[in-house]
Design a protein around this ligand. Structure first.
Ligand SMILES: C[S@@+](CC[C@H](N)C(=O)[O-])C[C@H]1O[C@@H](n2cnc3c(N)ncnc32)[C@H](O)[C@@H]1O
Length: 393
């Protein structure tokens, strides 16, 4: 550091408390990104590839210039913006490669994750102490959060409301209540469908950086017919179709989901892809014949009985050499890591909509369904997709 003063930089390490400080600081950084997302600051900065000063940005939007500068400086400290010095030492802000992930129309945008974190995830974790104290195993799933009052799209069913709660029998009066309460992530003043769009965008954001690795984790070139069960917005199917042009892929999901996603998530190259949609509940409706069945982030919503039921059915249908591919965020066999998987498992617990499992748990379920060749690729903790493949003899 160039200074007229005697400045020395030191690093003081305290192995016992450093992990706690890292957790605490990570949490604070997350909270400090949220206001920038809500103000769509990353979109606004990205619209100025030449860079923009806090004063000009503030002027364009009638914001406070000094507060804007402080919020932008924080984003620069997180590596989401780069700050250079312009004439008169005025800070000029540019979007960074990481910051591009915060721009709302970027394909793998994280913008929705941070916004949802502030409104819904925090609330979910706050339900846990009461759950632990009462041991309430009731059948009321908490994708519906009472504080999120309906406003506008009461008649629209949200995907979580129906499908993510397949583990739970809906209580008496549930439908009537659904007229008054919106499901998680839907907020006052929000346009209809925004909640669904955001939830499926979050799934895209989490897969986007790893798409290539995921579709090539195993060589899938021999599978010519594929059903992506609970395929949601179809992002994985589209990527598979681009990576394996001979593959004929069906995205199967609940009817209300398919109706929504086929409009909202249609990629620009859809006509060139070998992907079709199918409305159906995999626990009730016929599943088309295929050589590969995929469950990507679906089985954590199901009980063992439901997993065993549907996978046994698929085992019967598969030809020899056919397979089931499961993408899930697995817990370590000793169930003490990795931390992000536990965070997700606790959110499922808080809402009573399922649970995360270990690879050995998945493997023994797959064995009970008749599979003998079971492989697994465990990925780094930041990637929520471990890849399990079970092949029929
Ligand atoms: C967490 S989302 C994952 C979506 C997509 N596979 C992805 O990774 O982005 C779970 C999906 O499973 C679907 N789903 C849940 N139960 C289902 C069932 N019984 N039959 C078909 N789809 C189901 C939900 O509607 C939802 O789209």
């Amino acid at each position: 550091m160039d200074s007229k003063y005697d400045v020395k930089e030191v690093t003081w390490l305290h192995p016992a408390s450093d992990p706690l400080m890292k957790m605490f600081n990570g949490y604070r950084c997350t909270l400090a990104v949220i206001p920038a997302c809500e103000l769509k600051m990353f979109d606004k900065i990205a619209a100025h590839p030449e860079g923009i000063s806090a004063a000009r940005l503030a002027e364009q939007h009638s914001w406070s210039s000094s507060y804007t500068a402080r919020l932008l400086d924080a984003q620069a400290s997180f590596g989401l913006l780069k700050k250079t010095l312009g004439p008169d030492n005025i800070g000029i802000y540019h979007i960074t490669e990481s910051g591009k992930y915060m721009v709302s129309d970027f394909e793998g945008s994280f913008d929705g994750i941070f916004t949802l974190f502030s409104k819904v995830f925090l609330k979910s974790y706050s339900l846990i102490p009461e759950l632990i104290k009462t041991g309430d195993e009731g059948d009321k799933a908490h994708w519906v959060l009472p504080e999120l009052q309906i406003n506008g799209s009461a008649d629209k069913q949200c995907p979580q409301d129906q499908s993510h709660c397949t583990e739970n029998k809906k209580p008496e009066g549930y439908q009537a209540k659904a007229d008054k309460i919106r499901c998680a992530g839907q907020f006052a003043g929000q346009k209809p469908g925004e909640n669904e769009r955001r939830m499926y965008q979050i799934m895209v954001a989490q897969m986007y950086p790893y798409t290539d690795e995921i579709i090539h984790a195993f060589d899938l070139s021999r599978f010519k017919t594929v059903v992506d069960i609970g395929g949601g917005q179809g992002y994985l199917s589209f990527a598979l179709s681009r990576g394996y042009p001979d593959m004929k892929i069906t995205v199967m999901d609940m009817p209300h989901v398919i109706k929504f996603v086929r409009e909202e998530f249609r990629p620009h190259d859809f006509d060139k892809l070998n992907v079709t949609y199918l409305e159906g509940d995999c626990l009730k409706d016929p599943i088309p014949v295929a050589s590969l069945y995929i469950f990507c982030k679906v089985l954590h919503h199901f009980t063992e009985e439901k997993i065993e039921y549907v996978i046994s059915k698929l085992h019967e249908k598969l030809p020899s050499g056919g397979a089931v591919l499961i993408l899930e965020d697995t817990l370590s066999p000793t169930r003490d890591g990795p931390p992000p998987s536990h965070c997700f498992d606790l959110m499922l617990m808080a809402r009573k909509v399922g649970k995360d499992r270990t690879f050995p748990e998945f493997a023994s379920t797959l064995e009970r369904c008749g599979f003998t060749k079971i492989k697994c690729i465990l990925t780094n903790p930041e990637c929520i997709y471990d890849v399990i493949m079970a092949i029929k003899d």
